[in-house]
Design a protein around this ligand. Structure first.
Ligand SMILES: [Zn+2]
Length: 191
């Protein structure tokens, strides 16, 4: 059990030192001497409440045991600061998606014909976080770098009629006839 109030004490401590570098030692003291979980509390503030607490991972000027709250956190958590989701959740999503990009179907190690680079998989949000999407397995999927950056014109949406017609118009006459035969078979004369 966490001693009640330890997170609140860290909160107050950080708010009193906005923009200043604080050490893990100070944070531990702020949390209370019985609390050995100060690091977890700090992580929760970052991940769950979107506090912009920099560490040496984000800012090369900080040492591994140093932290800095850049600005007073907004009343509503700004989760766009977060760079990523937990390693555990990532692994879960990649495994569920069979290590395959859910938009273009490429897998790690393939050479992406669009970018010419070796495929690397990322875990991306289906509904963007800025639109209220959550860091939950149901809102996450495996995407290759190209699709994740929106560099490739592949979408999960069904093709539009305009796009389909444009493709049919530029196809050869034999392909157009094949489409015609297929459509006739499907819709008969009532099309
Ligand atoms: Zn892809």
């Amino acid at each position: 059990m966490t001693k009640p109030g330890s997170k609140e004490r860290i909160r107050q401590f950080l708010l009193a030192h906005v923009g200043e570098v604080v050490t893990s030692h100070q944070l531990r003291d702020a949390a209370g001497s019985n609390v050995s979980e100060w690091a977890r509390r700090v992580r929760e503030l970052r991940l769950e409440e979107g506090w912009k607490i920099r560490t040496h991972n984000d800012d090369a000027s900080l040492k591994p045991n140093e932290y800095r709250l850049d600005e007073r956190p907004p009343a509503t958590p700004d989760l766009t600061f977060l760079r990523g989701i937990s390693a555990k959740l990532r692994a879960e999503v990649l495994d569920r998606n069979g290590f395959t990009c859910q938009m273009c179907g490429l897998t790690p190690g393939d050479i992406d014909p669009y970018t010419g680079r070796k495929v690397r998989l990322h875990v991306g949000h289906i509904i963007d976080k800025s639109l209220g999407g959550k860091d939950e397995p149901s809102n996450l999927r495996a995407l290759c770098s190209g699709c994740n950056e929106g560099a490739k014109n592949v979408t999960a949406e069904k093709p539009s009629a305009i796009w389909l017609l444009s493709q049919v118009r530029r196809a050869g006459i034999e392909e157009q006839k094949a489409v015609y035969v297929w459509l006739q078979k499907k819709f008969g004369n009532n099309g």
